[in-house]
Design a protein around this ligand. Structure first.
Ligand code: 4AD
Ligand code: MG
Length: 437
């Protein structure tokens, strides 16, 4: 029989049907038993009259039923204005237990604050039955769908690149080493090289949504060892300003779609507002940003940290963007070259790239790439990487158009839109101390 989803129940009044779901609640009182059944789309009440002797078998079954078991119920859906849950109730003739839950649940599903996050994560499949957690991934799913939609509307090609790679490379970030038969392999810390290979192959516009691995031993609210990257690369740009323009458009489109579909729910569950950007995102050079932060908020960055954006600097950049531009986003440009990857194109020795800060956290690094073989080799040598990335340098030997792109963390974007931590924003969080479930 075809599963009837609870959101569609209104179409089935007074018909004999079969419904299935989790038993969310059982109320067993003198004359009647009430069950609340739940599926991914909604809830419905099942009512069993004890006085009806035809119900004797069902009454006995419900007497022994445990919460969170799954059942299949045959019967008729009736309108009933007295029922608080949707003004309807299901009158069963037969109940079958399809899966029995242990009577004792290891965590409290309905009160997510009843235990520590880490305890809940041990039982993630139960933790996710909570409305608050459950909806995070409904929203995330639509978020990536809207982003993909935008990419396809711009004629981008979605690619899939290997995560097992032969050489540790890219930037300074740590890579995980894995045993690969009789030699070593590494888990990709970015699809960077391969999306650029696709550009050298002539695809012009590509993107990938895939896992990214970082062997960073950081236990913060925004770091994870495996996340989902939304990576974009496209050719025939004039400068990295084109890359920022594109990302701005992508995010504005996505937030608009999310706002339309979810703003009410997001307000109710997470107490956040999905703000659709109205203007272009402000753009500021790193050194100018620090000047502003000192002038406005008396923030003095240590001399040794001036060449990068500090965590506090990111937070204050948000405050500055809101105060001055009423924008939750701000692009920071002109980082010094020692803090940027060797493949960023440079102009007057300054990398042609940016970080995008959203609500005070970096969500993206992007740049125009160096596509000229000789210059690229020189920049790789400078960082002592030329041997490691020899295979990559080859991509630029036989013609490759000017291009640029960015990497955006899906988990961080989810976390910031909903105002939650990264552990909550991932279906299954991975960190230095967590590999299970
Ligand atoms: O800034 P990252 O390291 O840049 C790159 O990977 C470049 N290849 C991108 C490019 O095209 N130049 O990573 C990109 C984004 C970050 O801005 C952040 O959103 C996310 O990936 N990210 C992380 N998210 C969660 N945990 C971590 N440990 C992350 N590291 C990076
Ligand atoms: Mg970065």
């Amino acid at each position: 029989m075809k599963k009837i989803y609870f959101k569609d129940l209104e179409n089935y009044f007074d018909k004999e049907i079969e419904i299935s779901g989790f038993v969310e609640n059982i109320r067993n009182i003198k004359w009647v038993q009430f069950l609340v059944l739940r599926d991914s789309t909604g809830k419905v009440q099942v009512t069993i009259e004890k006085s009806d002797e035809n119900n004797a078998e069902m009454v006995e079954l419900v007497n022994n039923l445990t919460i969170e078991s799954t059942i299949k119920v045959t019967g008729t859906l009736k309108k009933n204005e007295n029922v608080r849950l949707r003004g309807m109730e299901f009158i069963p003739t037969k109940i079958e237990v399809t899966s029995e839950s242990d009577a004792e649940l290891p965590i409290n599903i309905h009160d997510k604050d009843a235990q520590l996050l880490d305890q809940r994560l041990d039982y993630r499949w139960l933790d996710l039955r909570n409305e608050y957690n459950f909806n995070i991934f409904k929203i995330q799913s639509d978020m990536t769908r809207f982003m993909r939609e935008f990419m396809y509307s711009k004629d981008f090609t979605e690619i899939h690149t290997p995560k097992l790679i032969g050489a540790a490379s890219e930037s300074g970030s740590e890579v995980f080493e894995v045993k690969y038969f009789d030699r070593k392999a590494y888990l990709a810390q970015s699809p960077q090289f391969y999306k650029q290979m696709a550009i050298a192959s002539g695809y012009d516009k590509v993107f990938e949504v895939a896992p990214v691995f970082r062997a960073e031993n950081s236990n913060t609210s925004r770091h994870t060892t495996e996340f989902t990257g939304f990576d974009v690369e496209f050719a025939y740009i004039d400068s990295y300003q084109d890359v920022m323009d594109f990302e701005e458009e992508l995010l504005t489109y996505t937030l608009e779609k999310l706002h339309d579909k979810y703003n009410d729910l997001v307000k109710k569950l997470y107490n956040e507002e999905i703000v659709v950007p109205k203007n272009k995102f402000p753009r500021i050079k790193l050194s100018d940003l620090y000047d502003e932060l000192e002038k406005r908020y008396d923030y003095k960055v240590e001399e040794s940290e001036k060449n990068d954006l500090t965590t506090e600097g990111e937070k204050l950049a948000y405050r500055y963007a809101m105060d001055e531009f009423n924008s939750e986003f701000i692009f920071v440009t002109d980082f010094p070259k020692d803090k940027r990857a060797f493949y960023h194109m440079r102009k007057d020795d300054i990398p042609e790239g940016y970080d995008l800060i959203y609500k005070g956290v970096e969500i993206t690094t992007g740049a125009e790439r160096e596509h000229r073989y000789d210059v690229l080799v020189k920049q790789a040598k400078e960082k002592g990487l030329d041997k490691d990335v020899e295979f990559y340098l080859e991509f630029f030997k036989y013609g490759c158009p000017p291009h640029g792109g960015f990497g955006l963390g899906i988990d961080r974007l989810t976390m910031l839109i909903l105002g939650i931590s990264i552990k909550e924003a991932m279906l299954l969080f991975r960190g230095p101390n967590r590999l299970n479930p």
